[in-house]
Design a binder for this molecule. Structure first.
Ligand code: PHE
Length: 341
């Protein structure tokens, strides 16, 4: 079913690259979603990613209780960019966002960070997460990581009767800006950790945290309490779900399921799956709390803790209605959107 409000696909005049801005929904307010710079086999795969990711942002904002909708920007690369072409691509992104007149604002995502938001911001003011010195709320990954840990506590409470990560085992897949922080917070809380990253230089962090370094495939099928996907999407497929040996899967990676039906396979195996768009809301929650609502650090922390309560409610609704957490979260998002529409 086609549900996007507006999709812009343009050959960037400065970069020559395909610039995709997908505005999925503004029913609850301005659409938000990060700007992803990534290599794709074909630019159409980047378009497909933008369509999926922007729709997930609508559900993410709705379930987080934000007065915002969902969107996403994808610059589909055929090879990694050098600095000057990256600047050009970001200028092209800023120009498209400015033309949209405020129905959509962007932020960081895979391949972009706070400094890149300054570059986009030279063309439009509809951008979040510029560095604090440049008037923004800065890196959103600490907020995403804190929200993820709140979600993991809710998962532990549901599965094991106590929210405490201490003594529990986790396999963190991906040690990037978010995954690295999640691993550190879990280590500080006394968890047993397996960690993986495609980038072998992250091995040093594993040693520092006293974590066991494994390959991404080993981590995914490890016999741990919780698998925490914290890198790119699509890790949960019929094959990988069949090989899981964990009790729960919960992490901040966007779009973990290869298809919605994979949620049923997880349920059939008795594995609890926390909908990724609930777990990963901390970035957009903290950025908007600071930049739109001018909240204090205490208020922001309370909002991030609230992600755990949201997830607890999703699990309860799923049990009550005898459906998957995925279906329960989608139903709640749909309810909130239809109330607004
Ligand atoms: N990458 C963030 C996400 O997936 C997007 C974002 C963060 C947008 C902060 C705006 C502000 O949720």
């Amino acid at each position: 079913m086609f549900s996007h409000e507006r999709i812009i696909i343009r050959r960037g005049p400065e970069s020559g690259l395909p610039i995709v801005v997908a505005v999925h929904s503004t029913a609850l307010g301005q659409a938000l979603g990060g700007c992803r710079l990534a290599v794709y086999r074909d630019w159409r795969d980047g378009l497909a990613d933008a369509l999926r990711l922007s729709a997930a942002m609508t559900d993410k904002c709705a379930l987080a209780g934000l007065p915002n909708g969902g969107g996403k920007t994808v610059v589909a690369l055929d090879a990694p960019l050098d600095d000057s072409r990256k600047q050009a691509a970001l200028h092209d992104v800023g120009t498209v966002i400015e033309e949209l007149g405020g129905i959509y604002a962007t932020g960081p995502d895979v391949g972009t960070g706070p400094d890149d938001m300054v570059t986009i911001g030279s063309r439009t003011r509809h951008v979040f997460c510029r560095p604090v010195a440049a008037g923004g709320s800065g890196d959103s990954s600490p907020g995403t990581a804190t929200g993820t840990v709140a979600a993991l506590r809710a998962v532990c409470a549901d599965r094991f009767g106590s929210p405490e990560p201490a003594g529990r085992s986790f396999a963190v897949l991906g040690l990037g800006r978010v995954g690295g922080r999640v691993a550190r917070l879990l280590a500080e809380a006394g968890a047993k950790l397996l960690v993986a990253d495609v980038d072998r230089s992250k091995h040093a962090l594993a040693d520092e945290l006293g974590a066991t370094w494994v390959t991404p495939d080993e981590g995914l099928s490890a016999a741990v309490d919780v698998v925490v996907p914290a890198a790119l999407g699509g890790v949960l497929t019929p094959d990988s779900v069949a090989a899981l040996r964990c009790s729960a899967v919960a992490g901040p990676a966007n779009n973990q399921l290869d298809s919605p039906a994979t949620a049923d396979l997880l349920q059939a195996r008795g594995i609890l799956w926390a909908p990724d768009y609930v777990v990963s809301a901390g970035g957009v929650v903290s950025a908007t709390a600071v930049e739109l609502h001018h909240e204090t650090p205490e208020q922001v922390t309370a909002r991030l803790d609230g992600i755990g309560n949201t997830l607890t409610n999703v699990f309860a609704a799923a049990r009550r209605d005898n459906i998957t957490p995925s279906a329960a979260a989608a139903a709640e998002a749909a309810r909130r959107l239809s109330k607004a529409g």
